[in-house]
Design a protein around this ligand. Sequence first.
Ligand code: ZN
Ligand code: ZN
Length: 154
Amino acid sequence: MSYHFVTINYFCPQTEDRELRVLLQRQRLEDVLHWQEQERRDESSPWGCLMCRAEFVGWHGQLLDHMARDHNFSVGQPHNLVFVRELMDKLEGKMAELRCVYCDRVFKTREVLKEHMRKKAHKKINPHDKSYDLFYVVNYQVTKYHSGFFLKKK
Ligand SMILES: [Zn+2]
Ligand SMILES: [Zn+2]
């Protein structure tokens, strides 16, 4: 894993040269698609299901399929996602704090949390939470950011 996240201000529509902006964007999309390709072959460690103890080796599509099929927990289509390890770590971190991944409410036990997520249909990612944007490839194809995330080789 040779990338890390840095935040730079490179979308300043009023001041910035449009050609430069398009170039940066294209580069960013290429980086992301390249990284997604690497991820497909990442077998470094097994994937653990957020809801049960199931583990999967190899492509994360298996894990996401399992979560969607067996737990009705939908993260998104595997081919639309990137930085899936980071995404799963983030979701796992919330669950470890007994925090609902969708509404951020905190519960006393894991059972109560899971029950809440099931009842309220909160087994999904909140589309209004911008901190998840970087995990969706579609967000690298549009120009909606004033301040964007970018990838930098270590
Ligand atoms: Zn499971
Ligand atoms: Zn919730």
